[in-house]
Design a protein around this ligand. Sequence first.
Ligand SMILES: NC(=O)C1=CN([C@@H]2O[C@H](COP(=O)(O)OP(=O)(O)OC[C@H]3O[C@@H](n4cnc5c(N)ncnc54)[C@H](O)[C@@H]3O)[C@@H](O)[C@H]2O)C=CC1
Ligand SMILES: O=C1[C@@H](O)[C@H](O)[C@@H](O)[C@H](O)[C@H]1O
Length: 352
Amino acid sequence: MTDLRIAVLGVGMMGADHVARITERTKGASVTVLNDYFPDKAEELAATIPGCRVINDPLDAIADPEVDAVILATPGPTHEKQLLACLEAGKPVMCEKPLTTDVSTSLEVVKREAELGRRLIQVGFMRRFDHEYEQLKALIDNGTFGQPLLAHCVHRNPAVPPGFDSSMIVKDSLVHEVDVTRFLFDEEITSVQIIAPGSNPNAPEGLKDPQIAIFTTESGRHVDVECFVSTGVAYEVRTELVGELGSAFIGLDQGLVRKQRNPVQSASGDGRKVAGIQSSDITPSFVERFGAAYDVEIQRWVNAVRRGDNVDGPGAWDGYAAAAVCAAGVKALETGEPQTVEMVSRASIPGA
Ligand SMILES: NC(=O)C1=CN([C@@H]2O[C@H](COP(=O)(O)OP(=O)(O)OC[C@H]3O[C@@H](n4cnc5c(N)ncnc54)[C@H](O)[C@@H]3O)[C@@H](O)[C@H]2O)C=CC1
Ligand SMILES: O=C1[C@@H](O)[C@H](O)[C@@H](O)[C@H](O)[C@H]1O
């Protein structure tokens, strides 16, 4: 069987990472077309990949007859138009989160896919492919903890790009815990509250950071998340699940691990670490922390497309549900009050 011919749109941080993954590690797929808003960027990368060419218009890249499937690693606001073009062309697409940046356009995408009667859209919620999250999910599903009751999450970034505003903490970062909650508990989130304590003095001007989010699910489960994106320290993602029969923690190696710029020195200054505290290496970003998860995500997506299933993971509905929770989250951030998540029922869209 010949390789799946993939067009990657957007060759910034995530796009370039996916291109490297496909060319170096993914079986059964090749990157044959690149596109970026800055054509020189795409040309430079394409020159390093045998058989790869650049198409300057993203919609032409999607429609190209020699492209079998598409990866969207463009900024969120461009996703709607590019996703609709993929549906129009009947091309499977792996869309980096978010599906789109607002609820109405996400719903429109869900409806258009449902009308086609074929699932073509997968959304890049990569934590579902992370080994530790998979283990946590298995512990819930096999009843190890009895009833899962609640989860505590931490999501810290050392820094964010310029222009990252307070609502993006919700829509770009917290959105992963929204998906993790839906994935682990297998139910929708019905209300969101966000508290913004005093901001980090080192946060970019005007950024409400950190934020504490509280989700309530359909069955009344509770999830809280500390989302803090200007720590200056490390990329840290942790989840503790508490059930009626016990609890489990992921995202730490073992024991008490303190993340900081330099190892803690002993009082004697002899370079030994303080007893009881391990200093771990800084994980600079999601690329290192979730590298293996992205590999699994893309390989399974490629396999699914080659089999004709097109999707093996979160789909358009999951993207829409996340957008609905994030919209309530942004409102909650503005008002300080809990907000009900407004969503249509899945059953109201046959095929969704
Ligand atoms: N799953 C995950 O953990 C992560 C997902 N993301 C998502 O990946 C997407 C890309 O994010 P980054 O790579 O961090 O951004 P980036 O800014 O590094 O790269 C985006 C690229 O898209 C190009 N671009 C902009 N508009 C375009 C258009 N209309 N058509 C084609 N190319 C266009 C830009 O020139 C740039 O090269 C976003 O949706 C983001 O939310 C980002 C980081 C991690
Ligand atoms: O998706 C991602 C980024 O866009 C976002 O800015 C980070 O906070 C997340 O951890 C990362 O996974």
